[in-house]
Design a protein around this ligand. Sequence first.
Ligand SMILES: [Fe+2]
Length: 324
Amino acid sequence: MADSTSDSNANEFGYRSFRLGGFNFHRDEYFVHIEWPGGGHLMPADKFLRALIRDVAWNFFYGIINFDEVFGTTNHYGTVDIFAGLYNAGYRSQNRHYTENFESGDARAVFERMLEDWTNEAFDPFAAPEETGSAFGPKRGNNSRAVQRKRVVAKRMVGLKDDSPLRSDAAGFPVNRQFLDVDQSEPELHAEPGFEDEVHAFNFFAYLSRSDVTWNPSVTAAVKDSLLCPTTEEFALPVIHGNDRIEWFLQLSDEIHWEISDRDTGAPRARAVMKPGDVAAMPADIRHQGFSPKRSMLLVWENADPGLPELYAKKKLKPNPVDF
Ligand SMILES: [Fe+2]
């Protein structure tokens, strides 16, 4: 696939253009422009970069990442579809949608270069809008520290020996401005001799209060395919996620408003306002976008079993885990 991608020299605004198969991407001071055989689309640069950084950091995540109502990616876990209009009822009804399948590594490499080149020094696409600068204007430097940030993926649990570390002031993770009231004390541990590396506990709320990113579920504890992925949220989820499995949500603090639609057509299905203690099982056949008026804590429980998408696609499993 090496010859299906190319990068151009910088344009008048200082930004390079990128080609991936039939897709061409370029940006100007305000917008990202996407062109494909038979169509074109644009997105505000900040919105595009916020979606792009998550698609890259999550390695295309579970199922569908809609950057907006038109453009996005579908993960096939090894390959990825890049699409325009595929899950848009209007595009589909006029047969105007366009999709290409790529090796995931090839697509991600182009996306990584685009993210690096198009993110200005003042802008952190993972940060809340109140905590970062502008994505707009001609090219000004870069923000490699932000765009190359590694997603937390614990092997067993954060804070265990040889695993992802806990967060602290010294490690560059101060308590967020909106979580200053969160108790920072840590639990006492009294392990039997020989079990010091096996028995573990930490202050989960304190850990989350020190998250420097938003809408970025990190794997903080894993038991086989069961992944506990807490995240702090503020403003709007920058992607519209199309599920290929059920996701459980537990609202730990504050409030998130979810807009839930049919995964394939985008037809509205529900609104859910989740308050502390609320639990939701987001069905396997929906897309959703969350809005958090104030920074909040959300626990996402993912089942990483690679067999699940096919079981749902073939309707061997119901898209909802519970009937009331
Ligand atoms: Fe989701």
